[in-house]
Write a protein of this length. Sequence first.
Length: 174
Amino acid sequence: MKRYRYAIVMIFVIGIIILYDRQAGLSAVSNAGMQLKQMFFVIPPIFLLLGLLDVWVPRTTMVKYMGEGSGIKGILLAFLIGSAAAGPLYGAFPVAAVFMKKGVKFLNLMVFIGAWSTTKIPMLMFEIESLGLKFALTRLAIDIPGIILIAFLLRKLISKREMEEIYKNSEIMA
């Protein structure tokens, strides 16, 4: 029951909305249904790829390229993987959990999540087409240093103990 408390609360809230404004409540239910449908089409392929990553890529390889001693190479690789990813942001978190299990350093995880959320290649192509090359490149020129700065700040602001707890929780989930 405790695990599903947020879902139960949201069902209760939507029930109240339906009682108060039937049309708005039904719209919320329809929207939630569409989101769940989209999630069911996105999550299975992500978990399939994660299973393959877990089996095919040894931990030593991940540590070598994205672990503690990876330096700029790890940041670039995290950026490339995040930018090349497809799917909504919630797909990045299971991938990040597997990365943690494989020994990817925290800074690279933050760069990966930032790149996934901000610099996807398909989004860049859409921006070039819709808003122009100048806009797309300007946004990218602002976002890339911003992602790296935020990743460095998070690494500095989060204590070693909190980071260890995050990694420990990822072991349980992955």
